[in-house]
Write a protein that binds this ligand. Sequence first.
Ligand code: ADP
Ligand code: F6P
Length: 319
Amino acid sequence: MKKIAVLTSGGDAPGMNAVIRAVVRRGIFKGIDMYGVRNGYKGLMSGDFIKMDLGSVGDIIHRGGTILRTARSERFKTEEGQQMAIAQLREVGIDGLIVIGGDGSFQGAGKLTSQGFPTVGIPGTIDNDIAGTDYSIGFDTAVNTAVEAIDKIRDTAFSHERTSIIEVMGRNAGDIALWAGMCAGAESIIIPEADYDDDEIVKRIQQGQERGKMHSIIVVAEGVCKGSDISVMIKEKTGLETRVIVLGYLQRGGSPTSYDRMMGSQMGAEAVDLLIEDKKGIMVGLKNNQLIHVPFEDASKDKHTIDMSVYNLAKSLSI
Ligand code: ADP
Ligand code: F6P
């Protein structure tokens, strides 16, 4: 292993820069020439490489987004696209690739490995929806951003005695909604992993009113429905004044928390070490607070699950 390249792919996530820094610095520490690929697989197919030295990753550990930029590419899903990418890597003499991204990105990384190009993955997505790992970079920052926002919304909801419905990100997974909802004390949390019942949502609001609580917080994951759908339902059933807030891309930006920087640093260095040890076709993951190695096939074929005991606990605490 003489030359290693790193790219970020799919949706960006706070902490990706901490990973890039760790990958580049660990590689240089081990005597390897390090390269960055701009714009994910799209840039890989067109050979958009940049040489990375120690200074190129200075002053980025605290910055959200990704200095390498990211992209989604339909062409890379084809074998022709993957062959183009491998040809570009070989032309520069790169021996191994590190992909920071989510489940889709790892399906692509798995294809590069099975076509003979050594690739290792690092989980990076605010959704935390990757099977085989308890954690993906960006989740902690996104949850903290959502909680801070909901705390502010609660202040004004209290003053005006309103019901606020907050729609958070999470395409297929309710992790952000569950954690943000629990930590911000939401009355109801609506996630794709659990059925929800309109009457139960209304009952929870009414129970609060009976004990003099005239405002309510409801958190809904975007993968279930729009916040406005819940708002219409509540208005129809109760006549209460509601407001809908879609947190959107706010959750994807911002300075990463210390946890995301720590995990990013550890996972980044581990990925470099794996390639040096000739290990490939795997994602670095976290289980029971230990770094683990998960074959890409497992990360793609298994389904991410949510801790339903946390969901049930949240329900029992918001009575
Ligand atoms: P994420 O990695 O965050 O899940 P996407 O699902 O959008 O994000 O995937 C990022 C990119 O990974 C896609 O734009 C595509 O280039 C590549 N990719 C996704 N699925 C596959 C696949 N089945 N085969 C090859 N490449 C894929
Ligand atoms: O996967 C991360 C994520 O932020 C999801 O929560 C969200 O649904 C999606 O990306 C949005 O993607 P885009 O950047 O294409 O709008």
